[in-house]
Design a protein around this ligand. Structure first.
Ligand SMILES: [Ca+2]
Ligand SMILES: [Ca+2]
Length: 178
């Protein structure tokens, strides 16, 4: 009995960090942390929606018409420490536009890493993307960005933009680091 108890204590002791706590990055109950960016030919807007949202009382709906470049982003204050073991979990509601959504991480000093999702759905859909699946963005980086791989000790922010020209809507809720 003592031996079993000892093993159990050892298991839970060692494994207490197997179950890393989830970190809510954004629950979209308001949109105060988000801003939009766009080129001269494009349109973009965000609004809070409250009907049929997957978490809490609010979600963010983005309306876009991408003719050059546009997107939405949030900065982390303070910067955040992630680990490569984490995955990014969130719910999206597309508009079946077939446009390619670019989810982008700005890591330490703003180096950009992306993961692309095709909008081929128009109901809420949950995603869980391992951080290691984010690839260095090849078409653009800030002038000041280093090229030193995915460095996650001071993650600066997140953004959503579009790879191709096109228009549609995209809603997002429950952005969590797991
Ligand atoms: Ca919410
Ligand atoms: Ca880096």
């Amino acid at each position: 009995m003592k031996k079993i108890l000892g093993s159990l204590i050892l298991f839970f002791g060692v494994c207490s960090y197997c179950f890393a706590a989830t970190v809510v990055l954004e629950n979209f109950e308001n949109l105060t942390k988000w801003s939009t960016f766009k080129g001269p030919k494009s349109l973009i807007g965000i609004k809070l929606i409250t009907q049929g949202v997957p978490e809490g009382k609010g979600a963010m709906e983005i309306s876009y018409n991408n003719m050059d470049w546009n997107g939405v982003g949030m900065s982390f204050t303070p910067k955040q420490k992630w680990t490569i073991k984490n995955s990014l979990s969130f719910s999206l509601k597309g508009s079946n536009s077939k446009n390619k959504i670019r989810l982008e991480i700005a890591d330490n000093q703003g180096e950009r890493f992306e993961y692309q999702i095709v909008d081929n759905f128009n109901t809420w859909k949950k995603f869980n993307i391992p951080i290691k699946n984010f690839k260095r963005r090849a078409d653009w980086q800030p002038n000041t960005a280093p090229n030193n791989g995915l460095t996650l000790s001071a993650v600066e922010g997140l953004s959503i933009s579009w790879v191709n020209s096109g228009k549609g809507t995209l809603a997002i809720d429950n952005l969590v680091l797991e």
